[in-house]
Design a protein around this ligand. Structure first.
Ligand code: UDP
Length: 356
């Protein structure tokens, strides 16, 4: 592969793409980035490019704040135009957002090989827009880089081995990012001092199934309020969740802060007592930094964390949330288990790609 176009658009994709971009530079592979604009606030986008030294996008589409169909459709059109002009040897997509699906679909219709990083993950919940994006993206990709054994097994069960699609287990590029940026975060972040944090619980809430149901969101906020009476809860709040809270006139008792950059997030993860989240990435990062996690969802794609007792799924049930909190208060775990590779997932993927 000589020339790759990478499609990114949402916060977790910037973090994942940072790891591969660095490897492409080392291997002399020419990479151009398309930023669809799905996440556009400075603290949801720009800060990641600056801190993680991600190459400046060659194309910026500015497509956001639309329904799923309109957003994906406009991205498809915009990306297709660029691919026709740039004629890359392959298109890279990450994860499970509308930008992922639009990038994969635009490329596959033009017969440009598609490389999907973080392939094979399944929640088995087709109500999640992410699940639809994952399944469709995997099916139209040519190279599937899987982070875990469970991801490979999912693809095998779905018959992918009988298709002309290459499956490679390379490990989790988010572990690479966590390891690589941890030392820089220690030097650069002042988030703990700025907010006077010592013993605290870190929480994030942004999944549609939680934010778009007032009842689910109220349950979660009540559960977190209760925990906050024992130990301060800190939530870097996603802009969508903040808007919905204000529309519903819900004022949490715990501390809300603006979304933070990756360095600050690493320091929050490293220093918290426990993570509570509905984010895919944060569940794993809690593990990388030796913290238990309570997940505000009924299913997770990261099943190995639950199977090994690092993570408990509680959905939006406030009493289950509190039970899990009490359980983890005294639990000690050995976080040295190697579930996600050893921090060389991006290197492995880039080397493979360089030989295609
Ligand atoms: N993250 C961040 N700042 C925040 C909240 C999250 O840097 O204020 C990071 C987090 O550490 C993880 C990624 O964003 O690496 C996860 O993104 P998100 O939760 O939006 O998406 P998901 O992982 O659920 O797809």
């Amino acid at each position: 592969m000589k020339k790759i176009i990478t499609v990114v658009g949402a916060r977790p994709q910037f973090i994942k793409a940072a790891t591969l971009s660095r490897q492409f530079q080392l291997l002399g592979i020419d990479e151009l980035l398309i930023h669809t604009g799905q996440h556009f606030d400075a603290n949801m986008s720009e800060i990641f490019f600056a801190e993680m030294e991600i190459p400046k996008p060659a194309y910026q589409l500015d497509i956001h704040c639309l329904t799923h169909g309109a957003m994906t459709g406009r991205m498809l059109e915009g990306i297709e135009e660029i691919l026709l002009k740039e004629k890359p040897d392959a298109v890279m997509v990450y994860g499970d957002t509308n930008s992922t699906l639009a990038g994969a679909l635009a490329a596959s219709k033009l017969h440009i090989p598609v490389i999907h990083v973080e392939a094979g993950l399944r929640s088995f919940n087709m109500q999640m827009p992410e699940e639809i994006n994952r399944i469709l993206t995997d099916r139209i990709s040519n190279f599937l880089f899987c982070p875990t054994d469970a991801a490979v097994k999912n693809l095998q069960r779905e018959g992918f081995e009988n298709m002309p699609i290459k499956i490679i287990k390379n490990g989790d590029v988010m572990q690479d990012a966590a390891l690589y940026y941890a030392a820089k975060a220690e030097q650069k972040s002042d988030i703990l001092k700025k907010n006077g944090l010592s013993k605290f619980v870190l929480a994030t809430i942004h999944r549609q199934e939680n934010t778009d149901s007032p009842e689910n969101l109220r349950n979660i906020i009540n559960g977190l309020n209760e925990i906050n009476r024992q130990i301060p809860v800190v939530v870097p709040i996603h802009p969508r969740t903040r808007n919905i809270l204000s529309q519903l006139n819900i004022i949490p008792e715990f501390k809300l802060i603006d979304p933070v950059g990756y360095f600050d997030m690493i320091m929050l993860l490293k220093s918290c007592e426990l993570a509570i989240t509905d984010s895919g990435g944060v569940q794993k990062e809690a593990f990388f930094f030796g913290k238990h996690c309570i997940t505000l969802r009924e299913q997770t794609e990261w099943v190995e964390l639950v199977e090994n007792g690092f993570n408990i799924l509680v959905g939006n049930d406030a009493s289950k949330l509190n039970e899990a909190f009490e359980f983890f208060k005294t639990k000690k775990s050995d976080f040295s288990l190697n579930l996600y590779g050893n921090g060389h997932a991006a290197e492995k993927a880039a080397r493979f790609i360089s030989q295609i």
